[in-house]
Design a protein around this ligand. Sequence first.
Ligand code: PLP
Ligand code: ZN
Length: 413
Amino acid sequence: MSTAISNALTHLECTSCSRKFEAGKVYNLCECGGPLLARYDLDQLRRTWSREQLVSGPNSMWRYGPVLPVTRQDSIISLGEGMTPLLRTKRLGGRIGADSLWVKDEGLNPTGSFKARGLSCAVSMAVELGIRKLAIPSAGNAASAMAAYAAAAGLEAYIFMPRDVPQANFVECKAYGAHVTLVDGLISDCAKLVSAGAQREGWFDVTTLKEPYRIEGKKTMGYELAEQMDWQLPDAIFYPTGGGVGLIGMWKAFSEMQELGWIGAKRPKMIAVQVEGCQPVVRAFEQGSARSEFWTDAHTVASGLRVPKPLGDFLILNAVRESGGTAIAVSDAELLNAGIRLASDEGLFVAPEGAACVSALEKLLANGTLKRDNKIVIYNTGAGLKYLEAYSTRFPRPASGEHDKLGGLITPR
Ligand SMILES: Cc1ncc(COP(=O)(O)O)c(C=O)c1O
Ligand SMILES: [Zn+2]
């Protein structure tokens, strides 16, 4: 028997034309092309749900169930996502001139990245809405997460990702039993194939923001940060921005929490971190534009940031500007150096995307945008272990002979 969840979802709303859509139906984008966002009756929740009740909820992102879209307990597909550690740095902050520097370590999520949050929510909603076949274009980690949650739900997953994704993403997806297509191109090319296949094969398109619920899972990063910081948000948040959905999601979480009476009006400066080889948001921010332009020839070892034109670019730029934040790019060499320093200083081996934030922070401390006594949180969105090819360029271990195999593949001699 299914147990109803007392969530407060009322409808979905278009981010471009404000048109409202009834809850409980299958949607992608609005007819105007705008992404849809879930809306809740926060007024009513304010009276019936308090932040003190959270401790009695699950030790996962599902503790924020009343502001998540799932309405039946037995729809929830959970592998233990969320409630990741928020760690205060011991040496790195002192060395680079930030006295209160924290890392939110999303690498500890199932499948080793924050993408687990979004896909746990999206796959749960697919279960609830009776969808059986899911298709996703991915830079890598979203593919791993979708393959895992689809496997857990017993649904079919069709994965499209660039041919040169990290090996971990490819092997995971295959192990989870997904249908994997490696594409000669970028996530934008994969998205076109998913869109065509969705029409032809009847797959549901789980492209981020085309699917309205991944962002709801990701927004729990904002709820969790507030809870872990005792409802005092930091002065600045560094977020590695590809599609930017984590950043937009947290921004949404902050306004929801204010409406719930859980936090005040103060917002952190939202810092969108990109890479020199793919920085459409930084370019648009610097030019004062509302939208980004397609970044040609995108390249970087931080594969999650290889998104040439984010669908929600206008939402990212709005949040960054409203918060008084900024957008900044770093080079691959800088981010790998920063990642190795973070590992040896703190015992945290982070994804190149998270490492990019360390390098960006150093720049913003150096140019005076941020001050030593600011409380600063860096989102490490993934585990360094998923990027052995990238880090191995710094620690080459050539095989010494024909028979030497790496990774414990010992052959008979
Ligand atoms: C490790 C990692 N960090 C950051 C991102 C970018 O995520 P978002 O779409 O929230 O900007 C990705 C996306 O693939 C990723 O895999
Ligand atoms: Zn619309």
